[in-house]
Design a protein around this ligand. Sequence first.
Ligand code: PHE
Ligand code: ZN
Length: 849
Amino acid sequence: MKDAAPQTIYLRDYAPFDYVVDSVQLTFKLTPTATRVTSRIAFRPNPATTTRDFFLHGEQLRLIGARIDGKSIDPEITSTGLRCDVPDAPFVFEAEVEISPDTNTALEGLYMSGGMYCTQCEAEGFRKITFYPDRPDVMGVFTVRIESDLPVLLSNGNPVTSGDGWAEWHDPWPKPAYLFALVAGDLVNQPDTFTTMSGRDVDLNIWVRPGDEGKCAFGMKALKKSMKWDEDVYGREYDLDVFNIVAVDDFNMGAMENKGLNIFNSSAVLASPETSTDANFERIEAIIAHEYFHNWTGNRITCRDWFQLCLKEGLTVFRDQQFTGDMRGQAVKRINDAVVLRAHQFREDNGPLAHPVRPTSFVEINNFYTVTIYEKGAEIIGMLRRLVGPDAYEKALDLYFTRHDGDAATIEDWLKVFEDATGRDLTQFAKWYSQAGTPRVAVSEEYTDGTYTLTLRQHTPPTPGQDHKDALVIPVAVGLLNENGDEVVPTQLLELTQAEQSFTFGGLASRPIPSILRDLSAPVILEHEQTSARRAFLLAHDTDPFNKWDAGRTLAQDVLVAMVRDGATPDAAYLDGLAAVLRDDGLDPAFRALVLALPSEDDTAQALVDAGDTPDPSAIYDAHETLKLHIAQHLQDLLPRVYADMTVTAPYHPDADQAGKRTLGNGVLALLARIDGGRQAAAQYTAADNMTQQLAALATLLKAGKGAAELAKFEREWQDDRLVMDKWFGLQVSCAAPDAAVQTAQKLTDHPAFTMKNPNRFRAVFGALAGNAAGFHHPSGAGYALLADWLIKLDALNPQTTARMTAAFSTWRRYDAERQAMMRAALQRIADTPDLSRDTTEMVSRILD
Ligand code: PHE
Ligand code: ZN
């Protein structure tokens, strides 16, 4: 069978399926290379459509036989599915197919990981399991029988019955095929229970491989907190008798919200103080919450088609961000989210991969699980909430849940509940979903006779396929300070709806100092020329924690740009401001750590691009190193004191307070190493009783060109722990000096524990290489060549992970002619690979165009 040329799918072509699924019965006879899947699906003609085309998706399936109403049929089979004539009345379709989970390295459909069977069906993986209308708007009630010798057999919904070598599950909630899941393995569980708000008891389990049972307790606590929070804050109750989570080592993404049976990348659920960092704990809590929250925003209300992906992802990210803010502190959470948004989403929105939060076309939907859909999608919801206020937001969400429960919904449905709940016209606001690119908002100010006028101008640069941009509704939170740092006008929400608009504030005693875009009230770039003195003033006095931090960040960025451009010495306003924050014991350590952290080298590259320069990654690296040395010297007297103050004497706990202290302590440790040559880092490494302290010390040593002994010791200590070894692989590459990074990565691929088949391990090495800016962009081009070599190899096994990682090349246009040519050549070499996957082909061609 010849593969058809990849097709582009368009939003405008949406049409419902011609048949409705009433029920689905599946039987799996599991064997590694010849699993038999039999299906019995009750269909009836869809009364809402007039055409009658019975096409079922199916890929890489060996059809054993098919029947309609008990009679054998001989359907037409292509590389994408099956078509046949069917009665114009309800009928039962049956099929038996054979599949080979053991050779499924793409990790999509049914596959094996460490001896267990597991599935990944979102977005279009169910079609690799059996013939089915594999689209989210076709929902059915599933009953599943699993036959296998393995002791633990799981699927969606509630357990029905089981016996020796088999188990049956029934999911009463109609669901699209992408939420189907099956797991079979030799697993152990951490059991617990949760009593819901209406008093129903739910059995909770986290299933892991034997040996990992000691790493489940934190995840279980996070799950129970998430269940409670969703009841308290959104009024959402869980709706099955059991909730299962399974940890899987080989997984392309973080985790998956399959109904009642969430499947997690083991890195996103397994945790212990000895093996996980504070950042790991925080991420695990957020991902468990995210997947759990999908039960309502994604599962009970799903998406009509994949163009509406942000309907579930944007909303669920927004909900998990709220949750983490409630658990760990809103201000620090908002800053962390802003760092990610700017570093990744703004970058995506500004390059060849820019796309609207609701795209209008795609070739491979897997390529659209992006920061734009997730993070910008969440920002849009945050803006809506700001614009209508928290009470109206709650009202609109209640309406959304009652009106659309059981639906496969659209963005129009979502916006309509806000319009109906608030009476607001959201026509202009809706453009946030269709218009790509990050808006820039330029600021000018005027002050006369007690009246202050703020003029805001919005402009969105063109993006691929979208030259013209309309004005958006941009909520801009503004407060005014006087020269003493008192807030004279508390935060107000301005609504910028025109290309240019002025806002006045009267009755002022003196010229105010504005604090604009507080809490990052919109995902936009603020263009506001300010002196470093004014930024230092805001760093010292702004009452909005986000803008206080952002003033420091902008100062640091300006310093770095000046250092790269003309070798300037760091501005004293910045260094003194930093010292004042660091010294201020009244400030949360986590917040102080954020102020102390520099923008990334990639951020500096972008700042230089914005200033009209061609960034040189080597020069940027040097400037960052020089600045860190200057900071260390300037703060020399303060650092030891702060480091000592951040000592945690209580037993390790991954809560926000302790974690904040460790983050600041470790930030200070890295600076101290520039003065003491790593003496304290070596001491911390030896004394550490938790991974956070151990890993930070090791990173500091490696960056100081030391730590060879510790690195070897670390390997001996942790060689049997897969997740810790991922850190060992990654750290060496991310901490390598620019001249050594490529060679380090290359050498690690020869390590016996390196494997391409495990995405975590592959990403540990090559994600770290792409993230080591000066190493990856080494003038020799060796970084580009090495990554391309390995992506080409990986594509044959795992297209999804390969395609995602090609994004490392997406900034090629920024650089000098030599680097551009080398990056283009690497991309072209990938593009020219025979039998390149559809996923990678689409990514590379978008990046090159
Ligand atoms: N839907 C998953 C999530 O956001 C992400 C995912 C997508 C996982 C595709 C696997 C495959 O939580
Ligand atoms: Zn999600």
